[in-house]
Design a protein around this ligand. Structure first.
Ligand code: SAM
Length: 344
């Protein structure tokens, strides 16, 4: 497995919701997160995994894992940064979540046995991974049959993508791929970000997952002065920045589960230890070798356009004219949402 050092270094400095400088309590961090991303508590089924085993990939500040744990799930968290691992551990301890384990490792090579988990959850992570198909494959392996995958991926058909990424940075000579990687996060210069249309999501998941449901939320834009300014817009337009994806693992039974696999005599271990594959430890490579440079597209950033992709499920007409967006932006419909120094 090769994980680029630049990736780990970037996230080491940038793990969101840690509020390092402010030294906020867990309660305060939790309050801030779910106030800013205010759709989460009603859209994400935190309470549905009591007694189930859930893996969070890219747990960062650990607040969502704590929410699953407080609602009775057994939680395993994985992040490739030291900061993410340490913060998640502290958060889980402070939130009183006992049934949990936190490991340092990479999504590209999950160190768990096949068919171990009831749910894999990953919020705001997979759109930062270039070789994401491999991660989806890993997820489908470690999920039980019909286990659930829940993701948050950035929505390409969004106001934020059209306005804050493409329109505001037109004329900088960047390709679309470069513009979104550079400007998608609070700290500029993320090594890789990709936004997904609904069709992109279906294509990504089709190898290992069954029917896919998606909900588009978080109607915000970044302006030149402020991040995450709220647009008073109905979710029905599906122009929000976050797509919440839910899908069930549909692949055939993994070989190991059927008894024909490579290790039917696996040593029986207890507790969380039994999740690990016998041969692996969650280790990061030294991080000296760089991941392959992410795909460079030849397209230069185009002037604002919302119809740059297929919109098969959209309730909007195929093309939203630029003037419609301009009208949104110049109207008084943007209410300030409290900005936070750690808002992602
Ligand atoms: C945008 S943050 C999201 C954190 C958390 N899920 C949240 O919603 O606050 C991305 C997190 O994923 C982690 N991450 C990014 N790429 C990863 C990878 N390939 N393997 C494991 N963790 C990764 C980063 O260290 C960071 O903590």
């Amino acid at each position: 497995m090769i994980v680029g050092k630049g990736f780990v270094d970037y996230w080491e400095k940038t793990v969101p919701w840690t509020f390092k400088k402010e030294k906020l309590s867990y309660r305060e961090r939790r309050r801030r997160r779910y106030e800013l991303q205010d759709y989460m508590l009603e859209t994400i089924p935190f309470e549905s995994y009591r007694g189930k085993l859930l893996l969070e990939i890219g747990s960062g500040g650990g607040i969502d894992s704590a929410e699953f744990g407080r609602n009775g799930a057994d939680v395993v968290c994985l992040d490739f940064t030291k900061t993410g691992v340490n913060t998640t551990r502290d958060t889980l301890a402070e939130a009183g979540v006992r049934s949990s384990d936190v490991v340092r490792g990479a999504a590209e090579s999950l160190p768990f046995r096949d068919a171990a988990f009831d749910c894999v959850y990953s919020f705001g992570v997979l759109h930062h991974i270039p070789e994401v198909g491999g991660v989806i494959d890993e997820c489908s392996k470690i999920l039980k049959k019909r286990g659930e995958l829940i993701l948050m991926l950035y929505n390409k058909d969004s106001l934020l993508y059209a306005y804050s990424i493409l329109f505001l940075h037109r004329g900088e000579g960047l390709t679309e791929d470069e513009a979104i990687s550079r400007y998608s996060e609070r700290v500029e210069g993320c090594p890789y970000t990709k936004a997904y249309t609904k069709q992109d999501v279906r294509d990504l998941l089709s190898p290992g997952f069954g029917p896919v449901s998606m909900a588009v939320r978080y109607n915000v834009i970044d302006t030149p002065k402020e991040r995450k300014v709220r647009a008073q817009l109905s979710d029905d337009y599906e122009l929000g920045w976050h797509t919440i994806v839910r899908a069930r693992a549909s692949r055939r039974k993994p070989l190991a589960e059927s008894g024909k696999g490579p290790n039917p005599h696996r040593k029986v271990r207890s507790g969380f230890a039994q999740l690990w594959t016998p041969s692996t430890k969650a280790t990061l490579p030294q991080g000296v070798s760089l991941a392959p440079p992410h795909g460079k597209s030849n397209t230069l950033v185009q002037p604002i356009s919302l119809n740059n992709d297929r919109r098969p499920d959209s309730t909007l007409p195929l093309c939203v004219p630029t003037w419609t967006l301009a009208a949104f932006l110049s109207s008084a419909d943007f209410a300030d949402l409290r900005t936070s120094s750690s808002a992602p």
